[in-house]
Design a binder for this molecule. Structure first.
Ligand code: NAG
Ligand code: NAG
Length: 362
């Protein structure tokens, strides 16, 4: 009984919330992730097929220009940065290691990336999570040259590390029957492989000085437009949603265990599953009208990204999804606000004051 109580108390005290991680923390952010957080790294990868630096991506971003963000406007990360009062960190591949900007935070996210190296193989080129951590390692060496070892260690200890990965490990790996991992593993085995790999990656980040880590869990993957079309009836794929729930629960356990083992670690799960599911099931509750199909009239048989000749919906604020995978700027604002339990975040400064009328296809 005493042992059980002790375990309970340990678990309670080790469940770190994202508010705790980000409260009174340094303004330096290091962002790791996939297309949900990429702010332009893939623009620099010549052979990558996971690109969005063409219309109509960015149609609601600054100057209505595509930037490599996989949405019409801001990512959830952009909105969280605005909320914390700091600029959204620039893409790693846009920076020179001589640049003082590397002291202000960096975004390493790359469309198509996963926790596993083999995820997203058909995008040809991307920075996997391992690659992104290697980029941080190079950055830390450059920071050390600039400000010395002690100050570099302090900077890395105080920075906040946002990680959003796992969607591609499912959508562009395990859930593709023609790929090896789908044939090789049961879901339990795959989950074991994902968490074991993530454990090593988070320990590597810790070794580089990371203490304040926010891991953004998976949303209801079975309800994104690219998966709905597979059900034949347009309903959500329940099996995919179940995978996401199990993944989130396993990652939460992993973070609790790491907080217990690694001195000073404050690793939290930002779990947006219920938020996003409610947004999809009850769009009108949040000021949206349509959540089953995307604003951009994409062809899910050829990738599901928005193309220059795609037709756009007439009001982008009425749609939860921008393309077959990614939420709209308006949905990202709601999700970020709810994640931080802060309704005001929806009013976070937007780069454009109002949405322009739907442009005609190029
Ligand atoms: C994944 O790739 C990285 C290099 O990008 C390598 O260091 C690592 O060992 C690989 N992991 C596995 C499991 O193959
Ligand atoms: C677009 O939709 C949003 C959200 O439903 C609404 O507030 C806004 O008035 C609409 N804009 C136009 C031009 O209809």
């Amino acid at each position: 009984m005493a042992a059980l109580m002790a375990t309970l108390i340990v678990c309670l005290t080790l469940t770190i919330s994202i508010a705790m991680v980000t409260a009174a923390s340094s303004t330096v952010q290091f962002v790791f992730g996939d297309s949900l957080t990429d702010v332009g790294n893939n623009n620099f990868l010549q052979y990558s097929l996971a690109k969005s630096n063409y219309p109509w991506y960015g149609v609601d971003y600054i100057n209505r220009q595509p930037t490599g963000r996989f949405t019409n406007g801001r990512t959830i990360g952009d909105i969280i940065s605005a909320k914390l009062g700091i600029p959204s960190p620039p893409p790693y591949l846009s920076l020179s290691m001589n640049d003082d900007a590397i002291l202000q935070g960096i975004n390493f996210a790359s469309g198509g990336a996963g926790i596993l190296n083999e995820t997203g193989v058909y995008f040809v080129q991307k920075l996997s999570f391992d690659d992104q951590i290697t980029c941080l390692e190079k950055t830390k060496a450059a920071i050390t040259l600039k400000i010395g070892e002690k100050a570099a260690e302090k900077l890395c200890n105080e920075a906040v590390y946002f990680i959003g990965l796992g969607s591609n490990d499912y959508v562009n790996n395990f859930m593709q029957p023609f790929l090896v991992d789908a044939q090789l593993y049961t879901h339990n085995e795959f989950l074991e492989l994902l968490t074991l790999t993530l454990n090593g990656q988070l320990r590597r980040l810790y070794g580089l000085g990371a203490r304040k880590v926010v891991f953004h869990g998976l949303g209801p993957l079975g309800c994104i437009p690219s998966q709905r079309v597979k059900s034949g009836t347009g309903e959500c794929l329940e099996e995919a949603n179940q995978y996401a729930l199990e993944f989130n629960s396993r990652v939460k356990k992993l973070l609790v265990a790491l907080n217990a083992k690694l001195p000073g670690a404050q690793m939290a799960l930002a779990d947006s599953y219920d938020i996003v599911l409610d947004l999809i099931n009850n769009p009108e509750r949040y000021g949206f009208k349509i959540s089953k199909t995307s604003c951009c009239n994409v062809d899910t048989t050829v990738g599901g990204l928005c193309l220059p000749n795609s037709r756009l919906c007439s009001n982008r604020s009425e749609y939860v999804f921008w393309d077959a995978y990614h939420p709209t700027d308006a949905a990202n604002a709601v999700i970020a606000g709810l994640l931080f339990a802060d309704p005001d975040i929806r009013q976070a400064p937007s780069p454009v004051s109002e949405l322009a009328p739907a442009p005609s296809p190029l």
